[in-house]
Write a protein that binds this ligand. Structure first.
Ligand SMILES: NC(=O)C1=CN([C@@H]2O[C@H](COP(=O)(O)OP(=O)(O)OC[C@H]3O[C@@H](n4cnc5c(N)ncnc54)[C@H](OP(=O)(O)O)[C@@H]3O)[C@@H](O)[C@H]2O)C=CC1
Ligand SMILES: CC(C)(CO)C(=O)C(=O)O
Length: 318
């Protein structure tokens, strides 16, 4: 018998550019959502609510936010919205917050995150997912969303088994103003997102360029297109059928971004701290090596950041 779902309880881990916007939109739409944040950002959200500066104005939203250790509930849907380098720090909370039907939806830009998380979370249903948004923390308690794009795609790692929780989450997200897609081929769809963000992040890091530079004819745009084509060749070797011309699709996505938009990896790089370069750029070089697909654009970019393969094996960043 189909399980009757009443109101889903959402947990969003990470209150940055992605997680803060998701929790903010869900809360604004009246959904039951808790947001895990920390430090001065958490204090500010608690004191003043969450502000999201958008192209069409500022949203001020009251969101239930707490620290990881304060969360004592069980959630039906958990969105994981942290950088790859913080992922390990989320596992204890996910274990504590899950019941037998909970679905965990990682939205990281790193391809294959869901599979990696499943290995670390036996007995918990971890999906795969991705998100299209351009968001960042402006200052404590305040996020900036540039451009209108806000799309979440998720689905089961094993393919398209229909799940009522996932279907209801899709309805909830849409009702709250987020374009949601419960995908029947999430491996393909997350690799499609990867073909965009990896290329944009790699080229942006190489040239120090933004979306506006890639929109105009010239070296930045050419390299962006070459990188997308390298990922297309990889997809073919990996048995992923994109079914459409990703250079064309990704140029449309690019044109939907504000000119001053840069990938979140590039923002981290400019701040001088940890970045997702390994999963977004070096991993493409490793995949090229594994599947015998030439990826000269990525090799050039990776070399600029002192990464190379050693003896034909997966190399180390130096
Ligand atoms: N920003 C964007 O526009 C987009 C980002 N993405 C991807 O989404 C993922 C998340 O990125 P984004 O939202 O930008 O990341 P941010 O760095 O903006 O936000 C992550 C937040 O999570 C916090 N955090 C990390 N670990 C914990 C924890 N254990 N408990 C509580 N808080 C925690 C961080 O805190 P602290 O700062 O203290 O570490 C930070 O505030 C990445 O993989 C990114 O590539 C995808 C599409 C667009
Ligand atoms: C490029 C962008 C903004 C597109 O969603 C993104 O995914 C990121 O910054 O990580």
């Amino acid at each position: 018998m189909e399980r009757k779902i009443q109101e889903l309880r959402y947990l969003v881990i990470g209150a940055g550019g992605t997680g803060g916007c998701i929790a903010g939109f869900l809360a604004k739409g009246g959904r039951d959502v808790a947001l895990i944040a920390r430090g001065v950002h958490l204090e500010a959200i608690r004191r003043n609510g969450l502000k999201i500066i958008r192209p069409d104005g500022v949203l001020s939203i009251s969101v239930h936010a707490e620290e990881e250790k304060e969360y004592k509930d069980k959630a039906d849907v958990i969105f994981v919205c942290v950088k790859d380098y913080s992922l390990d720090s989320t596992y204890e909370l996910i274990k504590k917050a899950s019941h037998k039907d909970t679905v965990v939806i990682p939205l990281l830009n790193i391809y294959g995150t869901g599979e990696r998380m499943s290995d670390r979370l036996p007995g918990i249903r971890v999906l795969n997912g991705c998100i299209y948004i351009a968001g960042s923390i402006e200052c404590p308690g305040v996020l900036r969303q540039s451009g209108e794009i806000f799309r979440i795609v998720y689905g089961s790692v094993d393919g398209g088994t229909e799940d009522p929780v996932c279907r209801q989450a899709e309805e909830d997200l849409r009702a709250c103003g987020i374009e949601a897609v419960y995908s029947d081929d999430v491996r393909r769809d997350t690799f499609k997102k990867y073909s965009f963000v990896s290329a944009m992040a790699a080229v942006g890091a190489y040239y120090g360029s933004n979306a506006g530079d890639a929109k105009r004819e010239g070296a930045v745009r050419s390299m962006f297109i070459s990188c997308v084509k390298e990922i297309e060749a990889l997809a073919e070797a990996m048995g992923i059928d994109f079914g459409e011309d990703m250079a064309e699709v990704n140029l449309k996505v690019l044109h939907g971004l504000a000119d001053d938009c840069t990938a979140s990896m590039q923002k981290d790089l400019e701040k001088g701290g940890q970045t997702e370069m390994d999963g977004l750029v070096f991993e493409v070089v490793r995949l090229g090596n594994k599947y015998h697909v030439p990826v000269p654009g990525y090799v050039l970019i990776a070399e600029k950041f002192k990464f190379h393969l050693e003896d034909g094996q997966a190399g180390q960043a130096k």
